[in-house]
Design a protein around this ligand. Sequence first.
Ligand code: DGL
Length: 263
Amino acid sequence: MSASDPIGIFDSGLGGISVLLSLMAELPHERYVYFADSAWCPYGSRSTTEIQNRSLAITRFLLAHEAKAIVVACNTATAAAIDLLRDTFSIPFIGIEPAIKQAALHTRSGKVGVLATRNTFQGRLYQETSARYANDKQIFVQIGDGLVEIVEEDRIETPEAEELLRRYIEPMIASGVDQIVLGCTHYPFLISQIQKIVPPGVIVHNPAPAVARQTHRVLENEALLAAKGPGRSKFFSSGDTTEFDRLIRRLALDTSGAVQISL
Ligand code: DGL
């Protein structure tokens, strides 16, 4: 493993690209190998064992591509598998979890809304973080069923997406939350719709920039920061790559396209 090796990053699908964009801004000299587990998406309702097995297989794949560190750009996979990954492999892993601490620090109403998948809410990390940082706050939990599929199938700018988001977010607003935590890496892609619903003064939290800063710190501590670059990043998916390629073009990422690979 050396500093010139790429950073591995994975998600159940395309959501982790929202984290990749923050990583590219924070660490522009790095190369990245991104794996979207689209054939198994969504992870939100899969069993812990299934998500752990997928995370192990994807990590082995990223290691075969010489990843020097891996960003688990999925709250659900972090909740289910990060302890196992750290116990199994010797490279550094950086996970993502809902930004409860940040929201608890900013709230004036004492009420915080969190939108995430069922598995993220059930994980030890979420339980511990909310107990540690938001014990004296009221937390309004909402499972975002259907939102991951909307992002994966690029149905973002549709009345259906807006309607579903209204159903999830309006009750939180009516209850007085002034912070909304996006606890799934797919949700930042819905920000244009979310902003139509959220009144001014309500802060929407996306933890991706903090994850990018944490990745920077970890690589620096391990003397693994790339000295020059960027080289070309690589994109893989276990499923159909049509939507992935469309997103790559829309974001003007420097690659000829995503490669389908079955793991
Ligand atoms: N992007 C994943 C997350 O952050 C989505 C999980 C899913 O596939 O349901 O949780």
